[in-house]
Design a binder for this molecule. Sequence first.
Ligand code: CP
Ligand code: NVA
Length: 306
Amino acid sequence: MKRDFIDLWDLTPEEAWEIVKLTKEVKEGKKDLGKPLIGKNVALLFNKPSTRTRVSFEVGINQLGGNSLFFQEKELQISRGEDVKDTARTLSRYVDCIIVRNHSHTWLRELGKYASVPVINALTNLSHPCQILSDVFTLYETFGEEMKNLKIAYLGDGNNVCNTLLVGAGMFGLKLFVATPEGYEPNSYYFKKAEEFARESGADVVLTHDPKEAVKNADIVYTDVWISMGEEGKSLEVFKPYQVNETLLKEAKPSVRVMHCLPAKKGQEITEEVFEKNADFIFTQAENRLHTQKTLLAFLFKALPA
Ligand code: CP
Ligand code: NVA
């Protein structure tokens, strides 16, 4: 049975932990993923820009011995209205895996339903599971199991990254406070999922509109752009109290570290000063997309090393 990775909950918490722990061993050179993708072709279909996701997947596929084929959606018949299920059934006859970045999450679920090969979500309007699996790995490689005792604050827009971070916190037993302006809360379905996982894992997931409440004594502050791809034209005014700047960070622990999934809009959700102070951690976060996605691919191809 093929496995998709469209939302974090397409993995069980045990499987997600296995991927995170194995990624650490592989990154440290203690285990080798080998070349499980030799002779395999992986299609990437993107209708939004991407630097990290596209490049890390293409490099990772290559390092695992596979071949990647990148398509802008506008080059394919989907752009002329070909059925998602026909696209899924056709591509499944040619390639061994389909990685998609598009707006509609529903469309992607439909693609997963009709494709007979694994489908991976490279970001939709609702969810960015590769990002968050990798971010949990970044926390795990830095703090180990202690990551469960850290206070993590997410500030800004309740977007795809925020939705998925909530679910990730629930699955991995983390303590997450999310502060967004009124009207920009995360998706209620994702929050409900996070609460369900939290009941099992002991996680704390809290929603607030007060940025200071979220940042108070925080060990980690996470932010993302206020205007996601496809939301251009949105007003920024309401987000200003949620900017990650030196003044707000005075509420956090002196050892606070800042995370950003990138790309960053400096001067909006984060100041240049805070960004540069945390640049090493932020670019390690970016690097880890490569390591985590390689383990994910090996998992989906049922080729994890013993
Ligand atoms: N964080 C992330 O997904 O970056 P890209 O949009 O560059 O892929
Ligand atoms: N929320 C952002 C994330 C980019 C990686 C967006 O959807 O544009």
